[in-house]
Design a protein around this ligand. Structure first.
Ligand SMILES: Cc1cc2nc3c(=O)[nH]c(=O)nc-3n(C[C@H](O)[C@H](O)[C@H](O)COP(=O)(O)OP(=O)(O)OC[C@H]3O[C@@H](n4cnc5c(N)ncnc54)[C@H](O)[C@@H]3O)c2cc1C
Ligand code: FES
Length: 321
């Protein structure tokens, strides 16, 4: 059954805005409407300035999701979401100057988030730099589900691998520890944890050979994700990746966010099997003719809109070029 998406456009009040380490910011927003329905891996489009300059909203993953407390209708859990972000250009620079009490225009939740695989025994979460943000929400959900015993017979083990160029790019460890998770940390310059790449940690972990029921969930720079996908393929392990791409509308209308995916992985059966419980794009949009098919090439591909079919994809479906 195709579920309808519940996308909201809201004015969300900023309740907290602070630096997150040396390099990033943490923006907490009051938005019961979005917090109530959002899933880890989904994103919001945020308008950074009332004056509509810059005009386009910017996409951000949800790092924390605290749904409103339905039972008590109290003010303790009013429905909050948190965005962790890095200043990259004009939009995020203006965003970093927003103050507590101001309201921002939000559209969301958007896209398809992470999904639980059948017979999941071990979830390996692999985050590079700010890419850790959506994995925090996913780790929290996995741990929460364990607590509530909503996962089948055996609870899966959750392992989080965190990487960055230097200490300044490592985030989330405090939150992970609060979730009773012990992240493995690695930096390229060795300023925190082991020295190397987060993909080195992943390879080492998989080489132990106890990989039955393992699923990898990854987010980070494109090059890192391509390497994660290659490792997952080498060890024959399912892998979900959260992709970033430039977005104008976030709603499937502009095609600006399209990435190439393999046609042989685009079969309805596989897509249904891979994401059974998620709110998903309609089947029409999954097989949208206007998105184009290219079958006379060595690897048959089509374009998939990251904002609709993603941002989370099976790594094996993506053409990593
Ligand atoms: C689904 C999704 C989730 C995202 N989640 C987060 C998040 O949780 N935290 C976070 O900090 N950022 C996230 N991003 C990236 C974020 O949207 C961009 O950093 C932001 O739009 C940049 O806006 P700007 O106006 O500051 O920069 P611009 O002036 O638009 O661009 C400045 C520089 O950033 C690069 N850039 C812009 N947009 C992107 C993008 N989407 N991906 C990669 N590089 C980009 C440009 O190439 C340019 O070099 C996400 C993107 C997507 C698509
Ligand atoms: S951002 Fe417009 S189609 Fe995806």
């Amino acid at each position: 059954m195709v579920m309808k998406r519940k996308i909201r456009e809201v004015k969300a009040k900023i309740v907290h805005h602070s630096r997150l380490g040396e390099k990033y910011f943490n923006l907490r927003l009051l938005s019961p409407e979005i917090a109530r329905v959002a899933q880890p891996g989904q994103f919001v489009m945020l308008r950074v300035a009332e004056a509509r300059d810059p005009y386009l909203r910017r996409p951000f993953s949800l790092a924390r999701i605290w749904p409103p407390d339905q039972k008590e209708k109290n003010k303790k859990d009013p429905g909050l979401i948190e965005i962790w972000y890095q200043v990259r250009g004009r939009g995020t620079h203006l965003m970093s100057r927003l103050s507590v009490g101001e309201k921002v225009d939000l559209l969301g939740p958007l896209g398809r988030g992470f999904w639980l695989a059948e017979n999941l025994k071990k979830a390996i979460l692999v985050g590079g730099g700010i890419g850790l943000a959506p994995l925090i929400a996913w780790a929290e959900k996995l741990q929460q589900d364990k607590k509530e015993r909503r996962l089948s017979a055996e609870n899966p083990e959750v392992l989080v691998l965190v990487g960055g160029k230097s200490r300044a790019e490592i985030l989330g460890w405090r939150e992970l520890k609060r979730m009773r998770l012990e992240p493995q940390i690695i930096t390229e310059d060795g300023s925190w944890g082991k020295t190397g790449l987060v993909t080195d940690l992943l390879e080492r972990e998989l080489m132990t050979g106890r990989n039955e029921g393992t699923v990898i969930y990854a987010c980070g720079p494109w090059g890192m994700l391509a390497k994660v996908a290659q490792i997952a393929d080498q060890f024959d392990i399912p892998c979900q990746v959260l992709l970033e791409s430039r977005m104008a509308c976030g709603l499937g209308a502009c095609l600006g966010c399209a990435v190439k995916v393999r046609v042989e992985h685009a079969g309805k059966e596989l897509l249904k099997k891979s994401a059974p419980n998620e709110e998903r794009a309609s089947e029409e949009s999954l097989f949208d003719q206007e998105a184009g098919w290219a079958v006379n090439t060595p690897v048959p591909f089509r374009y998939a809109r990251v904002c609709q079919e993603g941002p989370v994809f099976l790594a094996a479906t993506v053409i990593w070029e």
